[in-house]
Design a binder for this molecule. Structure first.
Ligand SMILES: Nc1ncnc2c1ncn2[C@@H]1O[C@H](COP(=O)(O)OP(=O)(O)OP(=O)(O)O)[C@@H](O)[C@H]1O
Ligand SMILES: [Mg+2]
Length: 361
């Protein structure tokens, strides 16, 4: 079953926090809503779940319209048959694991035999069968999260909604649990919306990612599309790490001029051929060598000076002053602060994006 959101609007008093958001999640698809704090991710998710009443737009789960402001349709949350996992697990401390998992079924009219069977199935899927009679206080954080997960999937929901379900777990557990959620979701084949502000989580888990800012969608794409081909500076900056150089069209129309005067080649498919843009470079796409290269490829290199370095184990992050900007470069090479270096890059990895709007990002 799919989830369709069309032109969703949500206001609190006069403040519009979701402004005409539209997207579709296909049957079995895993889609993340990614964006900074306050951009409207949770609000969008709560509107789908029926925990929040929309002020505009339509939401469908499968063929069923669950929310349509113009037609005055609003299906209550418990009739939408969606499973939801919250950041703060929201499990009941006075109930056992099994009672917590059974809770969503108790509000639907499910026979006690069916209820038992479905609870056992959900507990088995998340590997909690042995702990079913414990209370939440007798569980670790990761186990409590599994209870929340079992409660979301019990009774085979039509859609699954996750709101930052990993943010209370430590880094190691987060990785493992993320992979587990994804395996589980694939097995169940349920349309899933996953809210996170963590871009790595979104990239690694999702079929597609929706990047939001200020209540609006900035870009929708596969993780690779977003990372390689961001449509604007906001997405380029928010998804992955990137450095930016202000550029203007070089005289003669070939290449782009940096503030320090060099002309570089870039992927300028987003530009209209003139005007001011920023050239985006990812740290792993820049090659760094010591010394000032002579006779290097014109337009594909910049000379600079290392002004900072941070050893990160797998590589070192160098901050290099070059092209009138400070560029992050990831390299295994051993270099020192103050060294003169040459940075090399392929033009297709140097992508022009539009300048951020004044006052925004
Ligand atoms: N019940 C409410 N009443 C008034 N304003 C609200 C309410 N809930 C959310 N907001 C506002 O709506 C905006 C969007 O909130 P939302 O919780 O959707 O953000 P978010 O993207 O989930 O952020 P975060 O990553 O911090 O969880 C914020 O400015 C928030 O202050
Ligand atoms: Mg939120």
């Amino acid at each position: 079953m799919s989830i369709t959101v069309q032109n969703l609007v949500k206001r609190y008093d006069s403040h519009t926090v979701v402004e005409g958001v539209s997207f579709e999640v296909g049957n079995g698809e895993f889609v993340s809503l990614l964006g900074p704090s306050g951009c409207g991710k949770t609000t969008t998710l709560r509107c789908i779940a029926g925990l929040e009443e929309a002020n505009g737009g339509t939401i469908r789960i499968g063929e069923t319209v669950v929310s349509a402001t113009a037609q005055d349709v609003l299906v209550p949350a418990h009739e939408r048959q969606v499973g939801m996992v919250f950041q703060s697990y929201a499990i009941w401390p006075h109930m056992t694991v099994a009672q917590n998992v059974a809770f969503p079924l108790s509000v639907r009219k499910v026979s006690s035999a069916d209820l038992k069977k479905q609870v056992a199935e959900a507990l088995a899927i998340v590997g909690l069968d042995a702990l079913k009679d414990r209370h939440p206080s007798q569980l670790s954080g990761g186990q409590q999260q599994r209870v929340a997960l079992a409660r979301a999937i019990v009774g085979r929901p039509k859609a699954l909604l996750f709101d930052e379900p990993l943010s209370n777990l430590d880094a190691k557990l987060r990785e493992g649990t993320g992979a587990e959620i994804r395996r589980l979701q694939r097995k169940l084949g349920v349309a899933t919306v996953y809210v996170t502000h963590d871009q790595e989580e979104a990239l690694s888990m999702s079929d597609r990612v929706i990047v939001m800012n200020g209540g609006k969608i900035q870009q929708v794409g596969t993780p690779k599309e977003l990372y390689r081909s961001p449509v604007n500076r906001f997405v380029a900056d928010f998804v992955g790490r990137a450095s930016f150089i202000d550029v203007t069209r070089a005289e003669g129309g070939r290449g782009w001029r940096t503030p320090s005067g060099e002309v570089i080649e870039a992927d300028d498919t987003l530009s209209n051929g003139s005007g001011s843009y920023q050239a985006m470079l990812r740290p792993e796409d820049i090659d760094i060598v010591e010394g000032r290269a002579t006779g290097g490829s014109p337009g594909r290199s910049l000379s600079g000076t290392i002004c900072e370095m941070h050893y990160l184990g797998a590589f070192t992050e160098y901050v290099v002053e070059a092209g009138g900007a400070r560029l992050k470069v990831h390299s295994k090479r051993d270099l020192v602060v103050g060294a003169s270096v040459t940075l090399g890059f392929a033009p297709e990895n140097c992508r022009l994006v539009s300048l951020p709007v004044a006052g925004g990002k």
